[in-house]
Design a protein around this ligand. Structure first.
Ligand SMILES: CC(C)C(=O)C(=O)O
Length: 526
């Protein structure tokens, strides 16, 4: 299909990113404006409760983010209550509200005790004429009046020229000039529909930066959001707008964690603490229900996982062999994963974590079977590996904990469950309640096991293997006890059965063999 051309971008289309070579950034040159709670929440299906917004704002503030856009005061009374909840936290970050270009929105923001406002005015003719039915002149005049009004109320003011990347840049400059003359603290270049090339962002921001401090607000429709944020910084912007996990309208905003890690890694600039990034990403993912793709930079499940034999071997020799920066820099840990590309070094290292040592022949046999399992598209868990190793060594292991029976009931009342377990030679039964049948079953399991067999559920993940209501689900868990942990997966058409089976299989793997002393681990080959 023929390219639709660059419609209204006032820059020539020659590919030339020379400007990056002139970029020098120092710590303190860049600040972040996080808009997860406003533009992020505009992602379809996302709605954050006051508690969730307060929790995310607190985390952002702890991580040193300079400004947090807490919402749009004009949305509703409930949204204003939520913004007030954030402003009442007494955070160090500047708390702001989105405002349309009308005085009433500034008043509503003031009513929420915010420190500042983003006054959003149309910048492209498409928005000026087609959306608000106004004229360039009227918008410039109104912008000046609104900025003056907001400044009189003691607010910090940023003017955002909406759809700025598709505006006539001469006009955008006139808008910025009017905003600064009226007292605005800054102007923001917005690539509202994520259409601009890095050159176009550079040119737009550079022209605005002649008039005062400039921010850059980029969207990811072309997958260029991070590049364009950097193009803006190279052109003189000193404030990057973005959201955690890149959530936002359509393809989303620039992912702030990606800008943060790239600034830190490439330029030694740290507008927020990078160690907080993973916890922030998971907290936002949980609160919004927007899952993280496994290959996502910084926060994806696989971002620090190594599976192939060559990479695992290299990583065991030098942790940085296949990583640009250590996982600890973003609050994570490295994982060596077993699958169809497994090699001897990785399998040996994984077995060593469970104190299992094998001779060369046995190791080769285990590697073969791990690869075969991986070829079926399965993640090879610790339990799979240990079972294979036992099999190869001709050892059978006696289980210590086993599920004998499970009943779970859920409906409109409180979900409940009862379990019957075998624990060594004992039969134990218990019942429990919970937020759902799985939670109730886990509570019953813990009751039946008692403190002697306590365990910690490190992670819990469910996937449906097939698509209908009769789907078989696979539950992946990581369970720890003391300083050891194991991963196990179990599949069943019943999610409660799969969950309890996975947890009990994991616990069973973590317990010393029946005749060993507590504290002993899985025995090494003799
Ligand atoms: C309205 C502005 C701030 C915006 O979200 C955008 O341009 O994407």
């Amino acid at each position: 299909m023929k390219s639709d051309g660059n419609e209204t971008t006032p820059t020539d289309s020659e590919f030339s990113m020379d400007f990056f070579s002139n970029t020098t950034l120092s710590d303190g040159d860049v600040q972040f404006l996080d808009t997860t709670l406003r533009d992020g929440e505009q992602a379809p299906g996302v709605s954050l409760s006051p508690d969730q917004k307060a929790d995310i704002a607190r985390r952002l503030d702890d991580a040193g983010v300079a400004a947090i856009e807490a919402g749009s005061a004009c949305t509703s009374a409930a949204e204003r209550e939520t913004i007030r909840r954030v402003t009442s936290l007494g955070l160090d970050a500047r708390i702001t509200s989105f405002c349309r270009g009308v005085e009433r929105d500034v008043d509503l923001a003031l009513d929420c005790d915010v420190d500042g406002v983003h006054i959003v005015v149309p910048a492209s003719d498409r928005h000026i004429e087609g959306k608000v039915g106004s004229s360039r002149e009227d918008v410039v005049e109104k912008t000046g009046e609104l900025v003056a009004y907001a400044k009189e109320q003691g607010l910090w003011v940023e003017v955002i020229g909406e759809d700025g990347s598709r505006a006539d840049y001469d006009y955008l400059e006139a808008q910025a000039e009017a905003a600064f003359e009226a007292g605005a603290d800054r102007f923001c270049f917005a690539d509202t529909v994520g259409h601009a090339s890095p050159e176009a962002v550079y040119e737009g921001v550079a022209r605005l930066a002649d008039h005062g401090p400039v921010g850059v607000h980029t969207h990811d429709d072309l997958g260029l959001a991070v590049t364009n944020a950097f193009a803006g910084l190279a052109a003189g912007a000193d404030l990057v707008h973005g959201t955690i996990n890149g959530i936002g309208e359509r393809a989303g905003n620039v992912a702030l964690e990606e800008v943060a890690i790239a600034l830190w890694h490439c330029y030694g600039v740290e507008p927020m603490e990078t160690e907080a990034l993973y916890d922030l990403a998971t907290a936002v993912s949980e609160a919004t229900g927007v899952r993280l793709p496994p290959n996502k930079a910084v926060s994806g499940e696989n971002a620090f996982a190594h599976e192939s034999g060559i990479h695992t071997d290299g990583t065991l020799k030098d942790e940085r062999m296949y990583e640009p920066y250590p996982p600890e820099a973003v609050g994570r840990e490295r994982r060596l994963v077993l699958g169809k590309h497994a090699g001897r070094a990785g399998v040996r290292a994984a077995l060593a974590e469970h104190d299992v040592e094998l001779d060369d022949d046995a190791l080769a046999a285990v590697v073969e079977r791990v690869k075969t399992l991986g070829e079926k598209g399965r993640r090879v868990t610790d339990a799979d590996l240990l079972t294979i190793a036992e099999d190869v060594r001709g050892r059978s292991r006696e289980r210590r904990v086993e599920l004998l029976d499970l009943t779970a009931a859920s409906g409109q009342g409180t979900p409940s469950a009862s379990v019957r377990l075998r624990v060594d030679d004992d039969e134990r039964s218990a019942a429990g309640t919970g937020s759902g049948p799985v939670d109730a079953a886990m509570s019953a399991v813990r009751q039946a096991l008692g403190s002697e067999f306590s365990f910690h559920l490190e992670s819990y993940h469910v996937d449906a293997i097939t698509g209908g209501t009769d789907a078989v689900v696979t539950v992946d868990v990581e369970v720890s006890r003391g300083d050891r942990s194991v991963s196990v997966s179990a599949s069943d058409a019943d999610i409660t059965v799969a969950s309890v089976t996975a947890v009990l299989d994991a616990l069973d793997r973590l317990l010393p063999e029946a005749d060993a002393e507590e504290g002993d681990t899985v025995p090494a080959d003799d």
